[in-house]
Write a protein that binds this ligand. Structure first.
Ligand SMILES: [Zn+2]
Length: 202
């Protein structure tokens, strides 16, 4: 596949998600990996997606993409911890991918668990806490606003996506350099479980 710039890569995702919403998916179900095994020795993913582990958000499917198209990192709450940052740096250095998408989604359990921890002081295991701890800075400023629960969750999901985008943009010299050279864009997106559509935020 020819190298796509970030605008072309985003368009491919937007078009793929539209096919998914319309029910006209073209790529995902037509690929026979064993028959074409010789063609997948090398990979050249056109986008990197940092998404949530939620089972209702299968990333290739919702963008109607196939084997070799997307370099995907999944973790509860689409947070940026060192291993996620390392995976992104690997993909940029190795494949010169021009687009990173942080993909959050509606009804995110990791966000709800963090809100619950902040408000009700629920006890979480140390490992789980290491995830909610990275989501908390997105939520704490919202709690004092006394929003209705569903608004608080929706807002927290958006802020958490934007904060992950900002962390990727600012905390890695490799990513920073690629952005400065106009070789890379980092954007945020929010998937609706209800409609199946992806809304691009920034
Ligand atoms: Zn989630």
């Amino acid at each position: 596949m020819k190298h796509l710039n970030s605008t072309q890569a985003k368009k491919r995702l937007v078009d793929g998600n539209q096919r998914f919403v319309d029910g006209t998916t073209a790529l995902h179900y037509k690929f026979h990996p064993h028959r074409y095994a010789k063609n997948i020795q090398d990979q050249a993913p056109f986008a990197i997606v940092l998404g949530c582990s939620d089972s209702r958000v299968p990333i290739e499917t919702i963008f109607d993409q196939s084997f070799g198209d997307l370099f995907i990192i999944r973790i509860a709450g689409n947070i940026v911890a060192p291993s996620q940052m390392g995976s992104v740096e690997f993909a940029i250095s190795k494949f010169k991918t021009s687009l990173i998408v942080v993909l959050g989604h509606s009804n995110c359990g990791a966000i709800s668990a963090t809100i619950d921890e902040c408000i009700n002081k629920t006890h979480l295991s140390g490992s789980l806490h290491s995830i909610t701890n990275r989501i908390k800075p997105s939520i704490l400023p919202l709690i004092s606003l006394n929003l209705p629960n569903h608004e608080l969750i929706n807002k927290a999901i958006e802020v958490n996506i934007i904060n992950s985008v900002k962390q990727l943009q600012s905390q890695s010299p490799i990513i920073k350099e690629a952005i400065e050279n106009n070789k890379l864009e980092v954007i945020g997106a929010n998937y609706s479980l209800k409609s199946g559509s992806v809304q691009f935020l920034i």
